[in-house]
Design a protein around this ligand. Structure first.
Ligand code: MG
Length: 207
């Protein structure tokens, strides 16, 4: 199982990270190892190597068929359930990696950096259109992020087509589809909750 994460897939978030940056002309992705998974709404422990760990709330698509070089028009056959995740990011290390042209693993792939909702919901129960989903995230009961998948720069089927040109997708792979605007730091004592189409899927503590 692998975790594939999309960077910069909502325009307002691209601007909040770096207002000088242009929108991407094609998807960009990176991966986290399976040791990054944080399941069952277990608490997230802020790692000691970063002073600025950010939450990024993302729609997660679970792959249910093996495929490579998938055509966009057939990509919807490769998933039927969606959930929510948090792509925890050591923003200070990420900035350093970007400045030095280094890979992002230290900032993105560390242990427990991929929180995953215990529950996945069949897309058919949510109206069937992956580009018409709303999700939201609150930190300590304060609304911080609202995502509308119609606002993605690259839709899920395009992402699957693009990634599978380079990397074979396997059953159980997880596609984190990028975060909307509103990212920010977490601190011990915080509580994260996130809902997809009104259903609360994530609820866990930061320690
Ligand atoms: Mg992300």
């Amino acid at each position: 199982m692998k975790i594939i994460c999309i960077g910069r897939n909502y325009a307002a978030h691209v601007v909040e990270l770096d207002h000088t940056r242009e929108l991407p002309s094609e998807p960009q992705f990176f991966m986290k190892p399976d040791t990054a998974l944080l399941r069952n709404n277990d608490p997230f422990y802020v790692p000691s190597f970063s002073n600025e760990v950010h939450y990024e709330t993302e729609l997660v698509v679970r792959i249910n068929r093996v495929g490579r070089a998938i055509e966009e028009r057939f990509a919807s056959r490769y998933y039927d359930e969606v959930g929510l995740g948090i792509d925890f990011t050591a923003r200070d290390l990420q900035r350093e990696c970007i400045a030095k042209g280094l890979p992002w693993e230290r900032a993105k792939a560390f242990d427990y950096s991929a929180a995953l909702s215990p529950e996945f919901i069949p897309l058919s129960e949510l109206g069937g259109d992956v580009q018409r989903l709303h999700f939201s995230m609150s930190l300590n009961d304060e609304l911080r992020q609202q995502g509308d998948t119609s606002q993605m720069i690259f839709g899920v089927n395009r992402l699957i087509a693009y990634v599978s040109r380079f990397v074979t997708l396997k059953i159980g792979d997880l596609l984190y589809t990028g975060t909307p605007v509103g990212v920010g730091p977490v601190r011990p004592g915080d509580r994260i909750r996130a809902s997809l189409e009104g259903r609360q899927l994530l609820d866990f503590d930061i320690k």
